[in-house]
Write a protein that binds this ligand. Structure first.
Ligand SMILES: Cc1cc2nc3c(=O)[nH]c(=O)nc-3n(C[C@H](O)[C@H](O)[C@H](O)COP(=O)(O)OP(=O)(O)OC[C@H]3O[C@@H](n4cnc5c(N)ncnc54)[C@H](O)[C@@H]3O)c2cc1C
Length: 547
């Protein structure tokens, strides 16, 4: 096992290690390089940016014999960074692989959700610049449908709502998104989005040996003698080596591995798989039957967009009949969260979410906003077409009861409640999502034992900086940060908001722990610390008055 932490007496301590090179990890890395992020900031915040930029740090490579400091080889802005990803040594490898596997042509999310911190409308501008308007698909049932909870409440309490230009046309008419926003309510094609992510990687020079293919197995935080006797650092152990960093960003998506829900027995892992673990589609066992011109029956379990995509893929690949069962009603929504969380009233929902200081209450808000799995109107239309052609049979409000595998016929006998008389099934695809439970993640066990924190619904109760807890600078973004971010933490919207907050915290932390401690940083000057946003001006006045 290579140990990159100590090389012939030289210990490498990165400022930051980002674990996960998906959209959330990319958004953080890009944001760490961006000096003028597109969000609107107060003057105070701008001063902080200025200070951080001036005092950014470099990788600390401490030569134990000479005690000298070497500059970083790879960095995000002034912050030396290493990115580790279990899937591949490139950005977005898992994302690209999944979208390719499901042959997804268009994203579900609108144009303003992407990992580029520089410009909210960057993806739209890129589309025009590249002359790729044909790569956009309008998101139906969206413009003209958005109603914020705030407006709903007012409407309910007053029986009516005052008219506002561009919103209400009359007491009985519905609220409309301003037509000027229509341009946002398109989805980019998978290829366009991928090209834009590549462009972000190039622009911020994030492709220079930054990402390494390594699966993280353990994260520890404490004193490492050969580095410091007083300052705690992270020790990140992977399947290939050991790395050290002052701060770590966890951007591992759902975190947990996908698992097949059991229907009361321990089934063999043949003839079935979780949708996220599909290797070949359709499975070779089904393919053999198809080639022999035999009838094939495939069962898809789940009510979310992935279930619709798998069902559609099975039909289009030539499976004779697809049986699609879901526990709930069929839900059709443009996005996986309510429109109120995507559109222009998003900030109202966010402020309600953030102002609740009870994590259990936030969990309920997350569940309410997501409301279980749903599919887009586009995929609903596709499924209806397959149903009309007799290729797809959809059973809603149906639970799997038992399933037994007959190895002689290589088919499943599946019983459901209520009974749907399913025929022998050649293959079952579970598009049942991934349940996140941070307490079961193997690589967090050491940290949990040393620095325990509470949780709600399997999500860790991070502090407001998205930090594990005060004093333990493990920053978390993506789905695992749901309790502090918002219901869409696990998708591109969350990646963007998470990056903003994590980058703030990381820059602050790294600045305070290295740059600010430098002799020439001027940290002893009260005016200076006030300018940097880490002190206040009255401290300076106080000193003056005592002088
Ligand atoms: C088919 C499909 C289509 C989707 N379409 C959309 C869409 O259109 N819009 C949208 O907003 N969302 C969409 N989503 C949701 C999507 O999953 C998220 O938007 C996005 O992937 C979240 O990014 P992330 O970086 O948080 O997680 P991920 O993309 O899952 O990235 C996590 C990364 O962490 C790495 N990792 C995990 N554990 C370790 C470890 N122990 N050590 C090292 N590396 C590790 C993984 O290899 C992976 O690369 C889609 C999801 C699927 C499955």
């Amino acid at each position: 096992m290579a140990n990159d932490g100590i090389i012939s007496g030289v210990t490498v301590v990165h400022d930051v290690i980002i674990i996960g090179a998906g959209p959330a990890g990319l958004a953080v890395a890009a944001r760490l390089c961006e000096h003028t992020p597109s969000a609107i900031f107060t003057d105070e915040e701008h001063r902080r940016y200025h200070w951080i930029r001036k005092n950014g740090t470099k990788t600390t490579i401490l030569n134990q014999r000479k005690n000298t400091i070497k500059p970083a080889e790879s960095s995000c802005g002034n912050i030396s960074t290493l990115v580790l990803d279990a899937t591949a040594a490139t950005w977005m490898a898992k994302w690209n692989m999944l979208l390719e596997k499901f042959e997804i042509e268009y994203l579900r999310s609108p144009m303003f959700f992407h990992p580029d911190p520089g410009d909210r409308d960057g993806l739209l501008a890129f589309t025009y610049e590249q002359d790729r308007e044909q790569d956009l698909q309008e998101i139906s049932n969206c413009v003209g449908k958005e109603v914020s909870k705030h407006h709903k409440k007012r409407k309910a309490s007053k029986g009516n709502i005052h008219r506002k230009e561009g919103f209400w046309r009359g007491p009985a008419s519905r609220l409309e998104i301003d037509e000027r926003d229509r341009k946002d309510y398109y989805s980019p094609s998978t290829a366009l989005f991928s090209a834009y992510c590549d462009c972000v990687v190039q622009r911020y020079k994030l492709n220079k040996n930054l990402v390494r293919q390594e699966g993280v197995q353990d994260i520890d935080f404490g004193i490492v003698k050969q580095i410091s006797d007083v300052d705690d650092v992270f020790t990140v152990t992977t399947n290939k080596g050991v790395h050290h960093a002052r701060a770590v960003v966890l951007a591992v998506g759902a975190g947990n591995a996908p698992s097949i829900p059991d229907a009361g027995l321990t089934p063999p892992m043949v003839g079935q798989c979780h949708a996220m673990q599909i290797k070949e589609f359709p499975d070779p066992s089904v393919h053999v039957k198809m080639r022999a011109k035999k009838e094939t029956n495939v069962l898809v379990v789940g009510g979310g967009l992935t279930s619709a995509q798998v069902a559609d893929l099975a039909v289009s690949k030539g499976v004779t009949r697809v049986w699609h069962v879901m526990r709930s009603e069929l839900k059709v929504k443009p996005f996986d969260v309510d429109l109120a969380w995507v559109g222009k009233f998003r900030n109202i929902e966010q402020s309600a979410f953030w102002s609740s200081d009870c994590f259990e209450a936030r969990l309920q808000q997350i569940q309410a906003a997501r409301g279980g799995g749903s599919m887009t109107p586009t995929y609903h239309t596709i499924l209806k077409k397959h149903m009309g052609a007799g290729r797809l049979i959809l059973h809603t409000k149906t639970n799997l009861k038992e399933r037994t595998y007959d190895s002689a016929t290589q088919t499943w006998q599946v019983s459901t409640f209520p009974n749907r008389n399913l025929p022998p099934i050649d293959y079952i695809y579970f598009a049942t999502g991934i349940a996140t439970d941070y307490s079961t993640l193997p690589y967090l066990q050491t940290l949990r034992a040393k620095h325990p924190i509470s949780d709600a619904g399997g999500l860790p109760s991070l502090n407001e900086d998205l930090m594990w807890k005060d004093g333990v600078p493990l920053f978390v973004t993506g789905r695992l940060a749901g309790l502090q971010l918002e219901p869409s933490a696990g998708n591109l919207a969350g990646a963007r908001v998470g990056a903003e907050r994590v980058a703030w915290s990381v820059q602050d932390f790294v600045g305070q722990n290295t740059g600010a401690k430098r002799k020439d940083s001027g940290q002893d000057d009260p005016l200076y610390t006030w300018s940097a946003g880490i002190g206040n001006r009255y401290e300076g006045l106080q000193e003056d008055s005592t002088a």
